[in-house]
Each structure stands twice: as C-alpha cells, then as structure tokens.
Design a protein around this ligand. Structure first.
Ligand code: CA
Length: 225
C-alpha cells in the first residue's frame, strides 16, 4: 500500500528531508510551502494523511485544519515548535489527530504517521520489504527469499525497526526505544545478542545487509530504497 502524504511546511529544507524519508519508506509525498497552496493540493492530490506545520504564511496551520475538517476526515498531524503555546497545552484543538514537536527525528515522523494511518484506515501498513527480506506486520511473520524464518517477538520488533528505517544508522538506545519503548534500561547489551541471531537468519554468503557502524550502532542496508 502506498499511502499519499501531503506535507505543508514553509521551511523548505525540513519539507524536503521529510519527503525524502517518506519516499524512502514507500510513501508517496507532495509538499506545499504555504497554506493556500496546501489547500489546493489537498483538493487535487487527495492525500491519506496531512502533515501540517502550524506557523505558515497565508492561511496558518490551524485555519487550514479547520477548513479541511469541513470537507474531510483525513487524518492531520500538526508540527509545532517546542515551547510554543500549542506545545505546552498539547494544542491540537482544531481537529488535528496528533502533533509532533520540533525538532524531531525522521523515525519519529514515520512512526507517528504509521500509527495515525493505522487508526484511520483500521489496519496497519502490513508488509515491509528490503531486498529479499519481507516482514508481514499483520501476520507477524518474516521471510527471506520466500523462506520463512523464526524470530522471537523481541527479534521481530527489532527487525521491524530496521525495516522502517532503511539505510539509517541506529544506536542501540535508539533501537531499544523504537522497538520497546523507554523502560528497557538493562536491555542494551542483549540487543547485540538479538541482532547476532537476526543476522544468522537473514545473512548469507553474499548478502549481509545488517552492518555494524563503528561507534554508532547498526544499519540495515537496502539497495532498493
Ligand atoms: Ca513554519
């Protein structure tokens, strides 16, 4: 499934890297730099989800969200600046479904988008792939070149994090955070054990996509992303 995401954000570089990450992750994406263009694109592109910056030239994010709400139930994630009133009040009083505080990590944006899409579509984006590796998120099964591999729940979660973040260096802490949430202090060393086991299952003589980045962590190399 290729969900369409519309990003309305006047900071061009931010909009560009969000778009790059979304497209890497298999989403289709369009960007607009102001509210008026955003509204026009919303009507023509018919996105599955809107990523909407609050402070925009022309129609601002809140106003745009109000207008769109009259026309559609499309999920909206608001981007707000840290320390702003909206941030402090948890402010998405104008019909947004979620909000993300700047500055944010690309992984966070992808996770939030997936979570909001899951709620709105009633199902998750089900299949992730990288080269010969396929993860079926609904069925919780993994395969390499069509051959099923046996992963524990923790290993499946870790591999899902890699598949959601292809070609991104992930520290152990980041992997734990994304796979299990924050409360896994003593887990760090065993991430290595899990990854060793995952590698054993997916690596072959001439295919070793999970690389160790010295001093950094790990990276899943995906040629097709
Ligand atoms: Ca802005």
């Amino acid at each position: 499934m290729e969900a369409r995401i519309l990003v309305v954000e006047d900071e061009v570089r931010t909009a560009q890297w969000i778009r790059t990450y979304l497209e890497k992750d298999g989403f289709s994406c369009q960007t607009a730099r102001d509210g008026n263009t955003g509204l026009k694109l919303f009507r023509s592109y018919k996105p599955d989800l809107l990523l909407l910056d609050l402070m925009l030239p022309g129609i601002d994010g809140n106003e745009l969200c109000r207008i769109i709400r009259k026309e559609s139930d499309v999920p909206v994630i608001m981007l707000t600046a840290k320390g702003s009133k909206e941030d402090r009040l948890g402010g998405f009083g104008d019909g947004a479904d979620d909000y993300i505080t700047k500055p944010f990590e690309p992984e966070e944006v992808i996770l939030r988008i997936r979570a909001v899409l899951k709620r709105s579509l009633g199902h998750e984006i089900r299949v992730l792939s990288c080269g010969p590796i396929t993860l079926d998120l609904a069925g919780q099964t993994a395969s390499v070149s069509g051959r099923n591999i046996e992963l524990t729940h923790a290993q499946f979660s870790i591999l899902t994090v890699f598949m959601n973040n292809p070609n991104v260096v992930l520290s152990r802490n980041r992997i734990i955070e994304l796979a299990f949430g924050d409360d896994f202090d003593s887990f760090e060393r065993s991430v290595d054990t899990h990854i060793r086991r995952i590698r054993k299952l997916i690596h072959s003589e001439n295919y070793e996509p999970i690389t160790t980045v010295y001093g950094g962590g790990y990276k899943l190399v995906c040629a097709d992303h």
